[in-house]
Design a protein around this ligand. Structure first.
Ligand code: EPZ
Length: 430
């Protein structure tokens, strides 16, 4: 089991380059099997979830060629099976994108029920409702979801709740359905738009992605394409919060500032200075942080994936802040860990009431999920003394070279995999 060992207390400064968006990439690589022609995808983040998805695709016979760390060639003519029960696929939420993609192309698929980070109950009823509306039969048994359709026919689908995954999945299946599909109350996240752009570059006819009504005119087939994934707004935001927590000064490069507006606004509320450039943002932390109120909401609201990182900042702010988690019901599991570093946070239902403290003190904590894990690392970087973050497996699901990028900003952090190595690090930095 690996861990990060951190000597905190140093303001981070310098420049960091952001990679491709994990959550866009996961859907895009799945959608690449919807044509028999070759698809080249660029700016793929080299993170565990993406590699698991590529592994699962290879497992059913898709030809995957890694051109380099961030560029991959996909050709699905060699698909031999429409049943995805790859050992690891249940561990990633996005496995359900193979359902939408295979259903669209082959009108049939079977995928192991998705897992992912334990941040709430995470039902898939909206995906199921969408597939059924398009004419598919859906069966959930023996840990698998099976979908089957004689024909897929476009429909008017109203989403009872805004769901990124269900919007993308229905959009993929509807791309190769007969006639027109309208998705109302669709998710507007940048990765929904990116997947729509990708599909359109393959010959799909999707309009309105990025608004709450998406219109898809089905086409009979898709062709090959070459496409570059958008930058990861959550990775970018994580470094922005690192600047705020360590009172540093970080230029976060290769981002789309528009995608970061909610994060930027909250950092300004908390007293930080944020400068926007065409494709970069600079965050200058302040000695004194201010309390503020945050509610997570679907895009363009404040992202739930940035909630733990925001809490880490507010736990050091002057006064009482509240963070209201409105998307997932179980996303405060890291709060007990943060309390061990000195934070004063009380969770009542889906609201965290945060009374700012002067500083964090290093402790041994463990990452309960991907974003909370990254948030604990940031807290460690801002803490006095040594912090050890265990279970960094979660962090590696979605952050590429996290420790290396942080070291580039002056952080004293190392990845270790034994108590001996931890001891050595502590001796070295003491
Ligand atoms: C995506 O999950 C992301 N995952 C999550 O990223 C992110 O937190 C989430 O969107 C919200 O932005 C991937 O893209 C792989 P949802 P997803 O469907 O699609 C409810 C990260 O750290 N819902 O938008 O699974 C659901 O319970 C992660 O990278 C239903 O009720 O989320 C939640 O309350 C973790 N029925 C809300 O909708 C359904 O059928 C939004 O979930 C589907 C969802």
């Amino acid at each position: 089991m690996e861990q990060y060992v951190i000597k905190g207390g140093k303001p981070l400064s310098g420049e960091v380059e952001i990679g491709g968006a994990k959550n866009a990439a996961l859907a895009i690589i799945a959608a690449a099997i919807m044509t028999d022609e070759t698809v080249i995808i660029d700016n793929l983040p080299n993170v565990r979830d993406v590699n698991v998805m590529l592994g699962a695709m290879e497992d059913i016979g898709v030809h995957i060629e890694r051109i380099n760390e961030h560029r991959v060639k996909v050709n699905a003519t060699t698909i031999g099976r429409l049943s995805v029960d790859y050992e690891y696929i249940k561990k990633i939420r996005a496995s359900y994108y193979l359902l939408g993609a295979l259903l669209g192309k082959y009108k049939k698929a079977e995928v192991a029920l998705p897992g992912g980070c334990d941040i709430g109950s995470r039902p898939i009823d909206l995906h199921v409702k969408g597939f059924r509306s398009l004419g598919a039969e859906v069966d959930l048994s023996y840990g698998l979801i099976s979908v089957n359709a004689k024909r897929l026919i476009g429909k008017h689908i109203y989403m009872d709740k805004v769901s990124v995954g269900a919007t993308i999945n229905i959009m993929m299946a509807a791309t190769l359905a007969e006639g027109k599909t309208i998705i109302e109350n669709a998710a507007k996240e940048p990765h929904v738009v990116d997947v729509a752009n990708f599909l359109n570059s393959m010959g799909a006819n999707i309009r309105g992605a990025g608004t709450d009504v998406i219109r898809i005119q089905g086409v009979s087939k898709l062709h090959g394409t070459e496409y570059s994934v958008i930058p990861d707004q959550i990775e970018a935001g994580t470094f922005m919060f690192a600047a705020a927590t360590t009172k540093g000064d970080i230029l976060v490069k290769n981002v789309i500032p528009k995608h970061l507006e909610a994060t930027t606004a909250k950092l300004i509320d908390a007293g930080c200075q944020v400068v926007e450039y065409d494709d970069a943002v600079r965050v200058i932390g302040r000695n004194k942080l201010m309390a503020t109120q945050v509610t997570t909401l679907p895009y363009p609201g404040f992202p739930t994936d940035m909630q733990p990182q925001m809490t880490v900042v507010l736990a050091l702010a002057d006064g009482v802040s509240t963070v209201n988690e409105s998307i997932f019901e179980n996303r405060f599991k890291y709060v007990d860990e943060l309390a061990r570093m000195g934070a004063n946070i009380q969770v009542e239902g889906n609201i965290a009431i945060i009374r700012g403290v002067e500083k964090y003190t290093g402790a041994r904590v463990s990452a309960p999920d991907l974003r909370a894990g990254a948030a604990l690392v940031i807290a460690g970087l801002g803490a006095e003394g040594i912090t050890i973050v265990d279970d960094i497996y979660y962090i590696q699901r979605g952050y590429e070279n996290f420790d290396e990028k942080l070291r580039g900003l002056g952080a004293v952090i190392e990845r270790t995999d034994s108590e001996d190595q931890i001891e050595k690090f502590i001796l070295k930095v003491s």
